[in-house]
Design a protein around this ligand. Structure first.
Ligand SMILES: Nc1nc2c(c(=O)[nH]1)N[C@H]1C(S)=C(S)[C@@H](COP(=O)(O)O)O[C@H]1N2
Ligand SMILES: [Mo]
Length: 418
């Protein structure tokens, strides 16, 4: 379109949308009026089109103006709670860039030469296998976009609100495309025996991170992954080989995978006894929780962010379920009294982060924002009070409660429990 030509009177599709929703686009531009396109001239002083730019790089880097970083957590969070949290408040779509994927590396990040690395499959099998990375990559492979979530995600929030931002309340989940070989193919190749009912996976790092996995899941959709977002796994995420167990707690996704033993009972390893058990109010502990239940969180506006003033905002967030599809996300701006359906961005994928959005006009008064997710099984994300009623406050793991963000009159956003 010729920018100097008179603009047609008909409103643009986006303008029509705002009118339909009763929100004038002008209200969104809280910083002041913007001249129509035909009255603007290109900014001159910094115009990068007038100077020769830098070189093209063999391996890219982001703009020096971008600064989103993983972080290990504020001083209010004990160090041993571990983890390098994804800055969820700064993530834009559904895919987490590999370099910002959260990390939990309990024994540090090992340096593994893929030429020397082997995967051993043994135990109750007819043909024990020792495979190189090259041999695994030669096998029929598949790619899937899947979320990963540490069972300890949101563990700060059982009592008083502890974490200041969505990075630290929810940043132990990320979503990337994983590429690998179906574990079922390797188990068939090894000739896993009929009476074998579990496998035990072991990593090559200092912790080993041994975990028992029921054979039914191992034969269903587990991946032995070597790829992440189109290239090899990042070292912190398991290079050169890891398990990806769709929808199940992060810990069972053994990184730096070196051994799979086919067995007939769970091995009660340290990581599944006592760790990754949840202490219930009656003094008993739940074990082998596995599935990450439906959960959602508003990433904008969220804790530690600030709204510059009243006006239009798009509420944005992420929802996921370890039981498959997210069906519905509702949003409340009055602390849970009334709810409106958010738009779910297509395509919504099984076991992946779904991006939800809702147009909103902030009137400048105090507001409490919440999101509530329903998955394909009909399960509805609980309030914290509902969760605590059943689980008490000593569960540590698997806190999927509704998160509340309070917007103060000055536009500052705070983590609150209502
Ligand atoms: N070998 C090994 N596997 C491991 C871990 C580990 O420390 N060592 N951490 C586990 C935990 S607790 C989680 S939440 C996930 C995290 O995967 P990520 O670091 O790729 O996000 O890996 C799991 N697999
Ligand atoms: Mo974890």
């Amino acid at each position: 379109m010729n920018p100097s030509a008179p603009q047609p009177e008909r409103p643009s599709p986006s303008r029509r949308r705002f009118i339909k929703h009763g929100i004038a686009l002008g209200a969104a531009l809280v910083a002041g009026r913007v001249a129509p396109a035909h009255a603007q001239s290109p900014p001159v002083p910094d115009d990068p089109s007038r100077v020769v730019g830098g070189p093209m790089l063999p391996y890219g880097e982001r703009s020096p103006f971008e600064g989103a970083l993983r972080e290990k957590g504020p001083p209010s969070m004990p160090d041993e709670w571990g983890g390098n949290f994804t800055p969820l408040g700064e993530m834009l779509g559904t895919i987490t860039p590999s370099d910002l994927h959260y990390e939990v590396c309990r024994g540090g990040i090992p340096t593994i030469d893929p030429k020397k690395h082997r995967l051993l499959i043994h135990g109750m099998v007819d043909r024990p296998l020792i495979l190189t990375i090259d041999e695994i990559r030669r096998l029929p492979s598949t790619s899937r976009i899947l979320f990963l979530e540490c069972a300890g995600n949101t563990r700060t929030e059982w009592g008083a609100p502890l974490a200041p931002s969505v990075q630290f309340t929810h940043g132990l989940t990320s979503c990337t495309e994983w590429t690998g070989v179906a574990l079922s193919l390797l188990l068939r190749e090894a000739g896993a025996r009929k009476n074998a009912s579990w496998i035990v996976a072991e990593g090559a790092d200092a912790t080993g991170n041994e975990r028992s996995i029921p054979m039914a899941k191992a034969m269903d959709d587990v991946l032995v992954a070597y790829g992440q977002n189109g290239e090899a796994l990042r070292p912190g995420n398991g290079y050169p080989l890891r398990l990806i167990v769709p929808g199940w707690e992060g810990n069972i996704n053994t990184k730096w995978l070196r051994r799979i033993k086919v067995v007939d009972s769970p091995y009660m390893t340290r990581m599944e006894s006592p760790d990754h058990t949840s202490l219930m109010p009656d003094g008993k502990a739940r074990q082998f929780l596995f599935v990450m239940e439906a959960k959602s969180v508003i990433t904008f506006p969220s804790g530690a962010q600030r709204l510059p003033g009243p006006g239009f905002y798009e509420i944005k967030g992420l929802a996921w379920s370890g039981r498959g599809l997210v069906r519905r996300v509702e949003i409340s701006v009055d602390g849970g009294k009334t709810w409106r359906d958010a738009k779910l961005q297509a395509p919504v994928l099984r076991f992946a982060h779904a991006r939800f959005r809702l147009d909103w006009r902030w009137d400048g008064r105090e507001a409490v924002l919440q999101s509530r997710c329903t998955d394909e099984t009909g399960y509805v994300q609980p309030t914290l009070a509902e969760l605590v009623k059943v689980r008490g406050v000593n569960s540590i793991y698997h806190n999927n409660a509704i998160q509340s963000w309070k917007i103060a009159a000055d536009g500052s956003v705070h983590n609150v429990h209502v």
